[in-house]
Design a protein around this ligand. Structure first.
Ligand SMILES: [Zn+2]
Ligand SMILES: [Zn+2]
Length: 125
């Protein structure tokens, strides 16, 4: 799959893991299925240490789902804990896109809380 931001081919974060992919350019993450449930063991926290949260303008830009495109614009889901964190969630495949930098902010406020926002949204739809 290609990155919804820069259209680069995304790489699997681990060779055996097709449900967690990362863009080599913007460091955004794509997560779906089981990868969402074991996020902490999937994602390398150190990759994000030097990153700042992306600008609001950047985050607010619509993102097409890399799995479902050309159909499927992802919905913005604002984290309840940190309103600066906007998750992009696809209603069709229940995948989640995290911009580079968002993951660190999410980890600081509690990963489970942030992902539960996304999962709650998916269940509602
Ligand atoms: Zn990218
Ligand atoms: Zn999708």
């Amino acid at each position: 799959m290609n990155c919804p931001r820069c259209d680069k081919v995304m790489l699997q974060t681990r060779p055996e893991d097709v449900e967690a992919q990362q863009c080599p350019q913007c460091e955004g993450h794509w997560l779906e299925g089981e990868a969402l449930r074991r996020l902490e063991s999937t994602v390398n926290v150190r990759l994000f240490e030097w990153r700042k949260l992306p600008s609001e303008e950047y985050q607010a830009r619509a993102v097409a789902c890399p799995r479902c495109r050309p159909r499927g614009i992802m919905k913005k889901v604002q984290s309840e804990r940190d309103r600066h964190v906007l998750l992009d969630v696809c209603e069709r495949c229940s995948g989640v896109w995290l911009d580079g930098g968002e993951l660190r902010a999410i980890q600081e406020m509690g990963l489970v809380v942030a992902i539960s926002d996304a999962v709650r949204f998916i269940l509602k739809t």
